[in-house]
Design a protein around this ligand. Structure first.
Ligand code: ASP
Length: 316
């Protein structure tokens, strides 16, 4: 077997033509396993997810383990407990997980939990619910053996927050070069799909704010019959357009993953024309192992890892 890893960048809506094709580098007859995720931190996440699949783990296990790598990275300022805080200096985390068979789980606004994705998985597997928030989610986690830490800021997050406090601009800081959430989609050899999405959310958000990442259909959506999609960027724009669900439904109607991503970004831009104020990136993958990626601005990077039964050269 021949493992291929690579990282790619989308060109943004300003260069739609140039971006076309970026997402179609896997030949249509490619077989799984395949793992696709957001940003450069997707590389270690994908490797772990693929490793889990290689040793026979389930696709749910793979997506959970994959994003846990990023949640555990103490230098990451946008995922996990080392993430940037809200405007009160408190880190609050959101996460969701979804099986292509339909089950889904999510947690919102949790504090002091190192791996919110694992609690989201527990919500999916141990309760009749989809979403549990705040103190209730923290209690549910503790009752299921998850330890809750004191919620303190990482050194990097404290420095950045103190800097932000000098001006305390009400408007959230949108850094389009250095986002954020890890959204990860995977398909195993038997074409079972799953996705996971986890974040500390928008930096300096209002205390209690929840973004798109834990909302099924917004930050993440997966359907084994069609494919999956996940988003990163300004969550409010993704929430208003149900962008992941939109992309999956476009694929259901015949769009390629790349076309589906472009349609979703087009919808977001139509509803939010002041694009200088925000970035959104979306990834999609279908049952054929094809993937797509698009973003409002340049600089949205994503990672794709797959394993080939025979060597195949990529056309980019
Ligand atoms: N989508 C996340 C949120 O709005 C943040 C991000 O991906 O940049 O909470």
């Amino acid at each position: 077997m021949n493992r291929r890893d690579f990282i790619a960048t989308t060109a943004g809506v300003g260069a739609l033509a140039a971006a076309r094709g970026v997402g179609s580098v896997i030949p249509e007859d490619r077989i799984a396993p395949i793992v696709l995720s957001t940003w450069d931190h997707g590389i270690p996440a994908n490797r772990e997810a693929l490793r889990v699949l290689e040793v026979g783990g389930s696709v749910i296990e793979a997506v959970e383990r994959g994003v846990m790598v990023v949640e555990a990275d103490p230098t990451n300022l946008s995922v996990g407990l080392s993430g940037l805080p809200d405007r009160d200096g408190i880190v609050t985390l959101d996460a969701s997980i979804m099986s292509g068979k339909g089950p889904a789980g999510s947690v919102c606004f949790v504090q002091g939990i190192a791996h919110p994705i694992s609690v989201a998985r527990m919500v999916m597997e141990k309760t009749p619910h989809v979403m549990i928030v705040g103190a209730g989610a923290e209690r549910f986690a503790r009752e299921n053996g998850v330890s809750q830490r004191e919620n303190s800021l990482s050194e990097g997050a404290r420095k950045a927050w103190e800097e932000w406090l000098k001006e305390k601009k009400y408007k959230p800081v949108i850094n389009i070069e250095n986002h954020d959430t890890i959204g990860l989609l995977a398909m195993d050899e038997n074409l079972n799909m799953a996705g996971a999405c986890t974040t500390s959310g928008l930096a300096y958000k209002v205390h209690g704010r929840v973004g798109d990442s834990p909302i099924i259909g917004a930050g993440l959506y997966v359907d084994d019959e069609v494919g999956g999609a996940t988003c990163t960027g300004l969550g409010e724009t993704v929430l208003r357009t149900c962008a992941s669900f939109l992309a999956v439904e476009k694929m259901r109607s015949g769009a390629s993953p790349q076309e589906a991503c472009e349609e979703a970004i087009k919808r977001i831009v139509k509803k939010h024309p002041t694009i200088a104020d925000y970035q959104v990136g979306i990834l999609a993958m279908d049952k054929k192992g094809r993937h797509g990626a698009h973003s409002v601005h340049k600089s949205f990077t994503y990672a794709l890892h797959t394993q080939l039964r025979q060597a195949t050269s990529y056309a980019s």
